[in-house]
Ligand binder design. Structure first.
Ligand SMILES: O=C(O)C(=O)CO
Length: 267
């Protein structure tokens, strides 16, 4: 049975942050994931406490959390390879780790970062190895590396690109976040990527294309790819990371299939 987790940073955006876990629970889900919920690397204790309590009170499991990635709406996609912002990421690591400990979350997405105008890509890539290692040492769980689309200066576009970085890391707890939407939009061959890298896949996310909408709103064979990745041995969560303007964003998924066995973790 597929274990779904709802991304409450791209869904439920009409609700305040703290109401989203309960909304996911009311829709029948038992697992949620979030991008870093605040616009700064180190929010106040009260904000963190309110977030943790909102997840606990909803009775859902936090299965994934992104490290602080800069100004995402403004186009930033992570600090891992961004020399001027290293301090913020280093300060963010213990916060991510603490939330993970409180909520039993074991998967943490470290977005790589855009190429910086005027900076040597090699300098950025060397820094990324250093900071991904710091992320991996700083958390209990798996650090995820994700190819993304729609960010013109983000250098990891395919599963091969991300695995190429993972291969250079001396850390056991790192893995590939295979977002089938991003991979497909970037022109990656998703079935071939699953075939080549299934053992490295530590989390999967989905959205349909075109449009980054719910499964069935576009043309991607998402059910087939989910079946392929399960068939290749992946038994973690499938993250629902799509946008929806529909009154019911989950009409495609029968209610009795939404709850996950929350005993497991994403990896
Ligand atoms: O930036 C995005 O689109 C993401 O999927 C971040 O996790």
């Amino acid at each position: 049975m597929t274990k779904w987790t709802v991304n409450c940073s791209i869904l439920y955006t009409g609700l305040p942050l703290l109401e989203r876990p309960a909304a996911a629970a009311a829709d029948g889900f038992t697992a949620v994931e979030f991008w870093w919920p605040w616009p700064v690397a180190v929010p106040g204790d009260r904000e963190v406490e309110a977030f943790v309590r909102a997840v606990e009170a909803a009775g859902v499991r936090l299965t994934g959390l992104n490290f602080f990635a800069g100004d995402m709406p403004g186009g930033d996609r992570g600090l891992v390879s961004w020399p001027d912002r290293s301090r913020e990421l280093l300060d963010n690591i213990p916060m991510v780790a603490a939330i993970g400990e409180r909520l039993g979350c074991r998967a943490f997405n470290a977005l790589y970062g855009n190429r910086v105008e005027g900076t040597d890509p090699k300098e950025q890539d060397d820094l990324a190895l250093e900071l991904l290692t710091a992320c991996a040492r700083g958390v209990t769980g798996t650090v995820l590396l994700e190819p993304v689309s729609g960010a013109p200066r983000y250098p990891l576009l395919t599963a091969d690109d991300a695995v190429g970085v993972l291969d250079r890391l001396d850390a056991p707890n790192v893995g590939l976040l295979a977002d089938f939407y991003h991979l497909a939009v970037n022109g990656d061959d998703v079935p071939a990527a699953i075939g080549r890298h299934a053992a490295r896949v530590a989390h999967v996310q989905i959205a349909d294309s075109p449009g980054r909408g719910a499964p069935g709103s576009g043309a991607l064979p998402l059910r087939q790819w989910i079946s392929d990745v399960h068939g290749a041995g992946y038994d973690g969560y499938i993250g629902l990371e799509y946008r929806s303007e529909e009154p019911d964003a989950f009409a495609w998924l029968p209610r009795d299939e939404r709850a996950a066995d929350t005993e497991g973790s994403s990896t």
